[in-house]
Design a protein around this ligand. Structure first.
Ligand SMILES: Cc1cc2nc3c(=O)[nH]c(=O)nc-3n(C[C@H](O)[C@H](O)[C@H](O)COP(=O)(O)OP(=O)(O)OC[C@H]3O[C@@H](n4cnc5c(N)ncnc54)[C@H](O)[C@@H]3O)c2cc1C
Length: 577
């Protein structure tokens, strides 16, 4: 089977993904090599085009960081822990809030980002829901484009290799099974297989809950990294924790704009959510009303929708007009334009919205240096689990990917010192190629669209915002059936070059595997907290006994959270006593 392999490449550091995590890792590894005895070969391999894909580019709202004199890293930390319902790994959360300060300075002063400023020259920080301080740094409402454009320029200007439109399909272990040897790719332009050996590999493929009917992430994301980690036998934590953003645009089934996000800052600035009769409803659910955390707002909206109080497309409305159309146009230019493209007037009228799957708090278990259990494999960004616990604060996502991407770049450069390249397990390489080739070996071609639609529906209805045991068990059966149907699918078009049906099939394979993991973790968690809500277990269990789900090779364990810095009921803030 290795006869299918067209190319084998060697590199010192291989980075999968070119989001905030991947590009920061590349730049930091490159910087570290200046201290190394000989130059390092660094390769960024990405499913899309470098700088043009992934979700970091789509960041609208901004980046949380404690910069203001009245704010503090302790306050940011407490918001993160309380928002995460005491499930975050506290040491990782501490790293997030402290290193976010370094990272934002680096973005501005070394990498050339311009963020919005106050008249006195200080960096402007806006309000985001669920936080006790306005600490979100931004560039208008198109912050991600600023960050990714500058990062990409910096990568382009250095000697960093690029493999674009290269889809990673399997992590290949070394012959002795003790470490990672490299990664198998499909070069999408030709459909050929490429094996890249590396001393260290970063998994930075950005998760991406695109298995739900309504979702926000970029189309190139299909949980490939998480699926590869599962197949490699690595433990994934907090997989039941899928965050829904309350305000996905709802513009009908004919447009891919449905599901895309209208940023949190709209509610932060004072926007109202209205039901189909144009009445506000959030005060009935939470005293913070529209500024409650995402989980609370999404659940309240879903409840209203289940009661049938909906708009023409079956969702709810967001209304900003009471803040003054001029102000809305000025402060949310990108959002106003996006809504106008779909026929809505955000500044002066009503826009239809629906909760939309946005972010996976769960991911691969990792250490402070981004290492995983598999020597040679590192992880950062949305593929990594444990930083956010049960809920991610808006603005902590891009902070997470950039902070830990940089940590991983530094750590990989250190780790590879004295390491050699490792020979791959040839049988594993053959098996991985054979698994990708499967649909070409079936005689009868199949249509995979119905499988995708069923996946979207089962995840939205039964493994989504409101769950219960019976629904989850039914979802598990349906997901097993979908997996079997996918395995039986045949491909009408035998060509490999840019065969998008083949890639859709591979996407669905990753999504179904990860969906099964989400459903299994959701069944195991018999309490409700953060993004995970069970109508049959509506209360949160004792915080002191907080435990997180950890799943590996289909086996699930509950592991106790270690309160290394603060215990439930305590605070790091002096004025909180
Ligand atoms: C619309 C939207 C708005 C957001 N707004 C905010 C915000 O205001 N503030 C905030 O903090 N967070 C926000 N987020 C979340 C934030 O974007 C993510 O938390 C973060 O940027 C993820 O970074 P990452 O590097 O892990 O992944 P990404 O930036 O998504 O990058 C993943 C990369 O992996 C590549 N890839 C995927 N699969 C493969 C594969 N098989 N092989 C090779 N490469 C692969 C992709 O092509 C991509 O280059 C938003 C997300 C979305 C979708």
């Amino acid at each position: 089977m290795t006869s299918f392999l067209r190319r084998t490449l060697d590199t010192d550091i291989l980075i999968l993904g070119s989001g905030g995590a991947g590009l920061f890792a590349a730049l930091h590894a490159h910087q570290a090599q200046l201290r190394a005895a000989s130059p390092l070969s660094i390769t960024v391999a990405v499913k899309g085009l470098l700088g043009k894909c992934g979700c970091t580019r789509m960041v609208q709202g901004g980046f949380n960081v404690a910069l203001a004199r009245e704010d503090s890293v302790e306050r940011h930390f407490m918001d993160t822990i309380e928002g995460g319902k005491w499930l975050p790994d506290q040491d990782l959360a501490w790293q997030l809030v402290t290193l976010a300060v370094e990272r934002i300075r680096e973005l501005e002063n070394e990498l050339g980002c311009f963020f919005d400023r106050n008249p006195d020259g200080t960096v402007h920080q806006k309000a985001f829901a669920g936080q006790t301080f306005d600490r979100t740094v931004h560039k208008g409402d198109l912050t991600g484009i600023e960050i990714i454009n500058r990062l990409a320029e910096q990568v382009w200007s250095r000697k960093i290799n690029r493999l674009e439109e290269h889809r990673a399909v399997e992590l290949i272990k070394s012959q002795d099974q003790k470490s990672l040897s490299g990664v198998l790719f499909i070069e999408m332009r030709t459909g050929e297989y490429v094996f890249v050996r590396a001393k260290a590999v970063l998994l930075g493929t950005g998760g991406g809950p695109t298995m739900y009917k309504y979702h926000t992430p970029s189309g190139d994301k299909s949980c490939d990294g998480l699926a590869m980690a599962l197949r490699a036998g690595l433990p994934l934590r907090d997989m039941e924790m899928v965050q829904f953003h309350p305000t996905g645009l709802l513009a009908g089934t004919h447009t891919r704009m449905t599901g895309t996000v209208l940023e949190e800052g709209l509610r932060g600035a004072g926007g109202y959510l209205l039901d189909g009769s144009q009445e506000r409803f959030m005060q009935q659910y939470d005293p913070k009303a529209e500024r409650a955390t995402r989980d609370v707002v999404s659940r309240s909206m879903f409840t209203e929708m289940r009661k049938g109080r909906t708009t023409p497309y079956g969702g709810l409305y967001i209304s900003m007009a009471h803040l003054g159309p001029e102000r809305v146009r000025r402060d949310f230019k990108g959002m106003v334009e996006r809504c106008a493209d779909c026929g809505f007037d955000l500044a002066g009228g009503l826009v239809e919205v629906v909760p939309t799957a946005h972010y996976m708090m769960g991911g691969v278990e990792f250490g402070a240096d981004c290492s995983t259990e598999l020597p040679g494999l590192f992880v950062a960004g949305e593929d990594a689990g444990g930083v956010h616990g049960a809920n991610r604060l808006g603005g902590n996502g891009v902070a997470n990917s950039t902070v830990f991407g940089a940590v991983a770049g530094d750590a990989m450069a250190r780790w590879i010192e004295g390491q050699g390249l490792r020979e791959p397990d040839r049988a594993a390489l053959d098996a991985a190629i054979e698994a990708c080739e499967k649909p070409f070996r079936k005689s009868a071609p199949s249509t995979i669209n119905p499988i995708r639609e069923r996946l979207h529906d089962v995840m939205w209805e039964q493994v989504g915002i409101i769950r219960d045991g019976a629904g989850l068990a039914q979802a598990q059966r349906e997901l097993a059936a979908l997996e079997a149907e996918l395995e039986a699918c045949g491909m009408a078009d035998g060509k490999r070059a840019f065969n998008l049906t083949w890639h859709d099939w591979l996407n669905l394979k990753s999504l179904v595997l990860v969906s099964r993991t989400i459903a299994a973790a959701a069944i195991a968690r018999t309490d409700s907290r953060g993004a995970h809500y069970r109508s049959d277990f509506p209360h949160t269990g004792p915080l002191e006994q907080s435990a997180f789900t950890s799943i590996r090779n289909g086996h699930l364990a509950m592991k106790s959270v270690r309160f290394t810095r603060v215990r439930p009921g305590e605070s790091l803030l002096k004025d909180a006593a």
